[in-house]
Design a protein around this ligand. Structure first.
Ligand SMILES: Cc1cc2nc3c(=O)[nH]c(=O)nc-3n(C[C@H](O)[C@H](O)[C@H](O)COP(=O)(O)OP(=O)(O)OC[C@H]3O[C@@H](n4cnc5c(N)ncnc54)[C@H](O)[C@@H]3O)c2cc1C
Length: 393
C-alpha cells in the first residue's frame, strides 16, 4: 500500500478514533467518517483495565485522560439480597504492580474528549462528521464508500469501526445476525453523597442476585458515581441510550437489599442499553476491508472489556498495515489472525461471567461460598491473560 492515500475509517467511536491515532504513529494518514454531526457521549462510566491503560499510553492519550480518572482500590462483591460482603478483589496498587499499569474508571465523555483532542492535534487525520456511510465496496486495488447523500470517497483500505450495528460488517462477514440477550443495562450517575451508604466511594461495588446484578464505581476523579444495573428486559430497542423510568426498572431490582434500592431510586435519570451479541464472526477482514471494535466483536459488558478491545484492535491493525505496506489484504489477514483468538476468548469469558453473576439457588450458594473462601488475589489472577496484554512492539 502506498501510504500516500489516507485509510478510510467508518465511525468515530473508541475504535475509529484509536485506529486513526495508531495509524498516524506509523506515518499512515486516515479519514474518519462519522455519521453524527457532533461528538457526544451519553453520561455513563467506562472501566479501563491495565491492558486498556497500556493501549492508551501507546496512543499518547493516557496523559490527557489521567486527571479525570479514578483508581478504585478494590472490587467489593456483595450478596445482592442482604448486602453481605462475599469478597474484596484487589485493584489499586496491587493490580498496577502486577501488570505495570493501573485500573482506571472514567466518564465516557472524558475518554472520548481525550481521544478527540489527541486526534485533532495529530497531523494526517481528517475527521468528517455528518457523513453516514450507506455503502462500501472493495474493488480489488482500492476501496470506496458512499455516503447517504451520494458522496463517494476512495482509499487503499477501509476499517469498519461503526459499532455493533455495523454496515461494513456485511462486506466482511455477510449473514451475521445480532442476537438479543433478553437483558438490558440501565445506567445512571449519582453524587458521592447520594451513594454514601453503599460503602467506600473510592472502591467499585458489585451486587449479585438471581438473573441480575448491579455495579457502581467512582468517575470524574471521584466527583460522580456511575451505576449500571443489568436486569431481564424484553424491550429489544435499537436505541443506543434510550431513556428508562425508575418505575420500569424497580420491579427487576426487587430482590436486592433495601439500602441498595433506596440509593438507586434517588438517581435523577436512567438510560437503557438493550444487550446484543453475535456468534463469533467468520472473518474480521476480507480483502482491503477490516472490522474493529464492536463491529468486529460485540461483547457483553460483564468483563468490562469491549472498549478496551477496540483500543487493542487499533494498535494491532495499524502495526499489521505498517509491517506489510505492499500487501494490504495480507496485512489485514495478519491482523485477523492476531486478534481472533483473543477477542473470541474475551467474548466467551464475558458471557460466562454473566452466567456466574446471575446464578440462583444452590449454584448461587456454591458461587458465594467459593468467593468467600478462595483468596481474592487468586480470583483476580484468573484475569492475568486479560490485563497482561502488551501492544505490538
Ligand atoms: C452497559 C455497557 C457497559 C460497558 N462497559 C464497558 C467497560 O466498562 N469497559 C469497556 O472497555 N467497555 C465497556 N462497554 C463496551 C464499550 O462501550 C464498547 O465496546 C465500545 O463503545 C465500542 O466502541 P466502538 O468504537 O467499536 O463502537 P461505538 O462506540 O458504537 O462507535 C461506533 C461509531 O460509528 C458511528 N457509525 C455507525 N454507523 C455509521 C455509518 N454507517 N457511517 C458513519 N458512522 C457510523 C457511530 O455513530 C459511532 O460513533 C460497555 C458497553 C455497555 C453497553
Amino acid at each position: 500500500m502506498a501510504h500516500t492515500e489516507p485509510v478510510l475509517i467508518a465511525g468515530g467511536g473508541i475504535a475509529g478514533l484509536a485506529t486513526s491515532l495508531a495509524l498516524a504513529q506509523h506515518g499512515i494518514s486516515s479519514r474518519i467518517f462519522e455519521q453524527r454531526e457532533i461528538f457526544s457521549e451519553a453520561g455513563a462510566g467506562i472501566q479501563i483495565g491495565p491492558n486498556g491503560v497500556r493501549a492508551l499510553s501507546a496512543l499518547g492519550v493516557a496523559p490527557l485522560l489521567a486527571r479525570h480518572v479514578s483508581v478504585p482500590e478494590e472490587i467489593v462483591v456483595h450478596q445482592g439480597a442482604n448486602g453481605r460482603i462475599l469478597t474484596r478483589m484487589p485493584l489499586g496498587g496491587w493490580i498496577a504492580d502486577r501488570h505495570g499499569a493501573p485500573y482506571w474508571v472514567v466518564h465516557r465523555r472524558d475518554l472520548q474528549t481525550a481521544l478527540l483532542e489527541r486526534v485533532r492535534a495529530t497531523p494526517g487525520i481528517a475527521v468528517e462528521t455528518g457523513f453516514a456511510i450507506a455503502e462500501a465496496a472493495d474493488h480489488g486495488d482500492h476501496v470506496s464508500v458512499r455516503s447517504s447523500t451520494g458522496t463517494t470517497v476512495r482509499g487503499p483500505v477501509l476499517v469498519g469501526a461503526d459499532g455493533i450495528r455495523s454496515r461494513i460488517r456485511t462486506a466482511v462477514a455477510p449473514g451475521t445476525q445480532l442476537r438479543f440477550s433478553g437483558k438490558a443495562a440501565s445506567r445512571a450517575l449519582l453524587s458521592p453523597d447520594a451513594a454514601a451508604s453503599l460503602g467506600d466511594a473510592a472502591s467499585m461495588g458489585v451486587w449479585l442476585a438471581p438473573g441480575a446484578h448491579v455495579v457502581h464505581y467512582p468517575i470524574a476523579a471521584g466527583a460522580q458515581i456511575a451505576v449500571v444495573a443489568i436486569v431481564p428486559d424484553d424491550r429489544m430497542t435499537d436505541d443506543w441510550a434510550a431513556p428508562n423510568d425508575w418505575s420500569a426498572l424497580a420491579p427487576h431490582l426487587a430482590s436486592f437489599a433495601p439500602e441498595l434500592r433506596q440509593v438507586l431510586a434517588s438517581a435523577p435519570e436512567w438510560r437503557r442499553w438493550a444487550l446484543f451479541e453475535t456468534a463469533p464472526l467468520a472473518n474480521l477482514a476480507n480483502g482491503r476491508i477490516a472490522l474493529a471494535g464492536d463491529a468486529a466483536h460485540p461483547v457483553f459488558p460483564f468483563l468490562a472489556q469491549g472498549g478496551v478491545m477496540a483500543l487493542e484492535d487499533a494498535l494491532v491493525l495499524a502495526s499489521a498495515l505498517a509491517n506489510q505496506p505492499e500487501d494490504p489484504a495480507g496485512a489485514l489477514k495478519a491482523y485477523e489472525a492476531a486478534r481472533r483468538p483473543r477477542v473470541n476468548a474475551i467474548v466467551a469469558t464475558s458471557r460466562q461471567n454473566g452466567r456466574i453473576f446471575h446464578l440462583s439457588g444452590p449454584a448461587a450458594f456454591a458461587r458465594n461460598l467459593a468467593m468467600a473462601t478462595v483468596p481474592a488475589a487468586r480470583l483476580m489472577a484468573r484475569y492475568d491473560w486479560v490485563y497482561g496484554w502488551q501492544p505490538p512492539a
